[in-house]
Design a protein around this ligand. Structure first.
Ligand code: SF4
Length: 225
């Protein structure tokens, strides 16, 4: 059993009560409630591009637009030669489509020019690409290459704080804290589970605590019997 410890928010700060949280149990309960979120592409470059497109955009929109994009541009070579205007037209429904159109074409060009058209399996190299931050790099590394990274997006950040696993202000800080307190065996799947859990149960606004499998152990629960 893998335990992490959280502070009880019910206690005054000078008298903090340490409560063990059983991560095996938390993961098991979440898995019984939601199916993990799956990125519908296998090629690393498609995962990379669709993750860049997903920033500040709903998953459903990202999935649909990515499919349309990859139908028209089925390989990096073609994407690298795309007309910006055409990319903008395809990406129009997603947030920041103009910036993203330029970004993904630049990524395709850089991958061809500097990496032989192969997505690097290295976080430092990935983060040199335009629009690729730690979350995007971690998703590519964990989903495509099976590496142990925790991809912290807004869902993972929010839920980890609500559960009292961390007390942090930014996803970057959350990533560092979670890596210290959560066993490596959970790192890869944490994002896909919490994304779905965050969309269906622990929503940003009006979390569905009454239906939540974690309501008895969550310090933020507004469960009403
Ligand atoms: S009890 Fe409520 S706040 Fe806590 S994890 Fe569940 S839905 Fe989120």
């Amino acid at each position: 059993m893998h335990k992490v410890y959280k502070m009880s928010r019910a206690m005054p700060s000078l008298c903090l009560q340490v409560i063990p949280m059983d991560m095996d149990d938390i993961i098991k309960r979440i898995k019984k409630t939601v199916e993990p979120h799956r990125i519908p592409f296998d090629d690393p470059w498609k995962v990379l591009i669709s993750t860049v497109l997903s920033q500040r955009t709903r998953d459903e929109t990202t999935g649909e637009i990515s499919k349309r994009l990859f139908q028209k541009y089925p390989d990096l070579e073609k994407l690298s030669k795309a007309e910006l205007k055409d990319l903008e037209d395809i990406l129009r429904p997603i947030g920041f489509y103009r910036e993203k159109a330029k970004r993904i074409r630049d990524i395709a060009r850089i991958l061809i020019r500097e990496y032989n058209g192969i997505v690097p399996e290295n976080k430092e190299e990935l983060m040199k690409l335009p629009g690729v931050g730690t979350k995007t790099a971690n998703i590519v590394l964990s989903v495509c290459f099976g590496k142990d990274y925790i991809a912290v997006d807004t869902h993972v950040h929010r839920i980890s704080n609500r559960l009292g696993l961390v007390n942090t202000r930014s996803p970057e800080e959350t990533e560092k804290k979670l890596m210290k307190i959560i066993d490596k065996k959970y790192w890869k799947e944490l994002n896909s589970l919490l994304v779905e859990f965050g969309k269906k149960i622990c929503r940003p606004v009006n979390p569905r605590c009454n239906e939540c499998p974690l309501r008895e152990i969550c310090p933020s629960s507004n469960y009403v019997a």
